[in-house]
Design a protein around this ligand. Structure first.
Ligand code: ADP
Ligand code: MG
Length: 358
């Protein structure tokens, strides 16, 4: 019950936030540049498209085609849709491989390099563990220790069997599972931008639950403004980033969680322990692609502030902002090349509510 209500409230909040973010973006144009936007619930989150200018009929067509592409990708990549290719791979775990379409292949192999670079902090075989936690369910509970230990045996890149010649994917162990929850939205945002480009759209924003892709430049060289949600205060923006181009993704411990015995258990798991990663409350990554930003926001969350920031600084054309929870409230850490931000929230000791913030 509580979980459902929490989800609904989150959804309503996200829609409001999307409207806010967009109005901020819109305000930046000098003069009333015409734009059209639409919000739909997809990929288990709120997806907003905003297209600037262009012929009205063409914009309408571009919008429909873009939403259709996101829906198609969800149908292929979601582990929660039984007919998806990911479900087929998971159902066949330990018993062979499945032929996949180029998009599934791309989404899976697109996570490989960053998985390696993060030393396994990001690992799509976390599916063996996420299925135990079952954050989607209203009765989510902490799984028992023995089940987690069993599940951990099936986590690791060696579980994924790739056959590039026949474009097939398999899983080594019976019990292994792929979960693209930390990458699929980013991938879908990148693909959505491609569709918009194909339709001749010159400027647009795609926002899939906080994974944001930017297309084109604003008029007169102005920047996009992206609001980052306050990780502890529902309905607040903690800061507004000024971004030139590329993608921005945020991972937070407030997205999907439940409380048990007064402890918050959230959906970003450490593949080494099978437990929620602790210490960080929110990570925002700026990168060239939304896939990269999505993966890195999850990975840095798991790595923690020190190792996470080291990784961000090592990578070219990647910046990041980490919010950490300390005894005195929130602490903000930003990488050396972070864009300027405005409207910073004062970091008083706003602690988590003991229960869901509903
Ligand atoms: P959100 O879905 O809130 O945007 P993320 O992008 O951080 O958040 O993705 C979290 C999702 O990624 C989880 O719901 C789960 O499906 C998956 N996931 C959780 N932990 C990991 C991990 N360590 N590596 C890869 N994927 C993960
Ligand atoms: Mg992510």
């Amino acid at each position: 019950m509580e979980n459902k209500l929490g989800k609904l409230l989150t959804t309503v909040f996200l829609i409001a936030l999307a409207a806010l973010a967009i109005s901020r973006v819109g305000n930046l144009h000098e003069g009333p540049l015409p734009s059209k936007h639409q919000t739909r619930i997809m990929m288990d989150t709120v997806v907003t498209l905003r297209i600037y200018a262009g012929d009205a009929h063409q914009v309408e067509k571009a919008m429909e085609a873009t939403f259709a592409e996101i829906e198609r990708l969800e149908g292929i990549l979601s582990r929660w849709i039984p007919s998806s290719e990911i479900s087929k791979i998971n159902d066949t775990a330990g018993r062979g491989s499945v032929s996949v379409c180029p998009e599934t292949w791309q989404a899976i192999t697109g996570t490989e390099e960053l998985s390696r670079l993060t030393n396994g902090a990001f690992d799509i075989t976390i599916g063996a563990i996420t299925q135990l936690w079952d954050f989607q369910s209203d009765e989510a509970r902490v799984p028992d220790e023995a089940a987690i230990q069993r599940g951990l045996r099936f986590v690791g890149p060696q579980q994924i069997l790739l056959d590039s010649l026949d474009v097939k994917v398999g899983l080594r162990g019976r019990g292994a599972a792929i979960d693209l929850g930390g990458a699929a939205k980013g991938y879908a945002v990148d693909r959505a931008l491609e569709v918009l480009r194909r339709y001749g759209v010159k400027a647009a924003v795609v926002d899939a639950g906080g994974d944001i892709g930017l297309l084109g430049k604003k008029s007169r060289g102005e920047v996009w403004k992206i609001g980052i949600r306050h990780p502890q205060v529902l309905g607040e923006t903690i800061e507004v980033l000024e971004v030139d181009s590329g993608a921005v993704a945020t991972s937070g411990n407030y997205e999907r969680y439940f409380f048990q015995d007064g402890v918050r258990y959230h959906h970003i798991l450490d593949p080494k322990t099978g437990m929620p990663a602790r210490g960080v409350v929110s990570v925002t990554i700026l990168a060239k692609t939304a896939l990269e930003a999505d993966i890195l926001s999850t990975a840095v969350f798991v790595l923690g502030p020190k190792r996470g920031m080291t990784l961000i600084e090592q990578l070219g054309e990647v910046e990041g902002i980490i919010y950490v929870e300390g005894p005195d409230g929130l602490r903000r850490l930003a990488s050396s090349g972070c864009p300027p931000s405005e409207g910073k929230y004062s970091f008083s000791t706003t602690h988590y509510p003991a229960r869901r913030s509903s």
